[in-house]
Design a protein around this ligand. Structure first.
Ligand SMILES: [Zn+2]
Length: 410
């Protein structure tokens, strides 16, 4: 063995302690009392989980608070301010900021990431040129996938389609969209599906981001998913409009998503920050976070993700997926232990399923992409925001952190 994790609580079987042996980058054995050569790390009963999976984060426009204003704090201002800052992006600048954010995510135990990356005639491919080298540069710690998308619209913005195609040719392995910034939202969705089919890649859209339930594009996405036989390969993010649906309409939406095989990603920090701004000078502000755990009960797959880090869309961010799970649980009033466990699943197993990561998991033979949390179970990890003490990528230790210590008076 290369590494043996002694006295581990393996996610899914936390009630008993076991040892996990890692060899050749994979989980080679799971059994108590493993005896073999190799580095031994005694976990003292701490939780071992597969690494965190972030399906929706924007590395290219992270860490730009020093050059934008955030006065109104609504989505229109965020888009306009980001577009202004983006005009001055260089590949080097993007690379520098993306590294900062990516390293933060690695330190928080994220082992797989889909980063959404924008192209348009304003920024050209400069964002892509800044982020693309990270795939190889950081493959020792994280599997990074780029999802190219047209933030400023597609059909209304001549030249964008060609840039999307160029980005796909240069290695983007997923495609996204923002129909609500397009003059023809359904036209954009249709074109994204065509491109996805041409390149045989998955789809991850920003969708139905608004304060009321009017004019939702979700049904159109479900229809196209069925026509293109793309069930299980489409995700939609935000969908804050669903917060305003009546319970029967919400349940009908859940059934529709489950039947079509469309997954949903909630971005708790951004959705909280940008939504409800129509009540700026009022009390009783509505919040915009979709109760994803209620969708799970209908068979919809869901993930929780950071989305934006330190920019006008979200002026916060430590890239901690466990914090996203905790934030979500607080906002959506999650109390039942089974739902708390699902909050953990929505930053691990569920996004892994969304990204169709075949090597992900804790079974023998799976890639040893693991985190050790200072906790005995996923519910307490979410409830107590427990820190990541170790991360491993393909069996190699990539992160370690000392638990905090009390220094009592003698
Ligand atoms: Zn986004």
């Amino acid at each position: 063995m290369d590494v043996i994790l002694k006295n581990a609580r393996r996610l899914g079987a936390e009630h008993e302690l076991t040892d996990i042996g890692i060899a050749g980058g994979r989980i080679a054995a799971v059994a108590p009392g493993l005896a073999a050569d190799g580095e031994i790390i005694d976990l003292g009963g701490r939780l071992v989980s597969p690494g965190f999976v972030e399906t929706h984060i924007h590395l290219d426009k992270s860490c730009i608070l020093d050059r934008v204003k955030s006065e109104k704090g609504d989505i229109e201002e965020a888009i306009a301010e980001s577009a202004r800052a983006k005009a001055a992006f260089t590949p080097e600048d993007v690379h520098f900021r993306a590294v900062r954010t990516l390293e933060k995510a690695i330190l928080q135990g994220t082992t797989h990431m889909r980063t959404h990356l924008e192209v348009d005639p304003g920024v050209g491919l400069r964002g892509l040129e800044g982020v693309l080298p990270l795939l190889k540069q950081y493959d020792w710690a994280i599997d990074l996938q780029i999802c190219v998308f047209p933030q400023e619209g597609l059909l209304n913005n001549p030249g964008t389609d060609e840039l999307m195609v160029e980005a796909l040719e240069r290695g983007c392995r997923a495609i996204g969209g923002v129909p609500y910034t397009d003059s023809n939202p359904h036209g954009q969705i249709d074109r994204i599906f065509e491109l996805a089919r041409d390149y045989d890649i998955d789809i991850d859209l920003h969708l139905d981001f608004g304060a009321t339930a009017e004019g939702m594009d979700l049904e159109h996405v479900c229809k196209r998913t069925e026509e293109f036989q793309y069930g299980g390969r489409v995700a939609i993010g935000h969908v804050t409009k669903a917060v305003s649906l009546s319970m029967p309409a919400f349940d009908a939406m859940a059934k529709r998503l489950a039947d079509a095989g469309v997954a949903l990603t909630v971005l708790p920090s951004t959705d909280l920050y940008l939504m409800g701004r129509q009540h700026r000078d009022d009390h009783n502000v509505t919040r915009g976070v979709v109760p994803a755990h209620k969708l799970l009960r209908h068979g919809v797959n869901c993930s929780l993700s950071s989305n934006n880090i330190l920019n006008p869309f979200t002026p916060f961010g430590d890239c901690s997926q466990i914090r996203m799970a905790n934030l979500y649980a607080n906002i959506c009033q999650v109390g039942k232990q089974a739902d708390m466990r699902e909050c953990f699943n929505m930053v691990t197993r569920r996004p892994a399923e969304m990204m169709r990561l075949k090597e992900y998991g804790l079974a023998v033979g799976k890639s040893a992409d693991l985190v050790v949390l200072d906790s005995e179970g996923p519910e307490t990890a979410v409830a107590e925001l427990t820190p990541v003490l170790y991360a491993f990528k393909r069996g190699r230790k990539t992160v370690s952190r000392q638990p905090a210590m009390l220094h009592r008076p003698r």
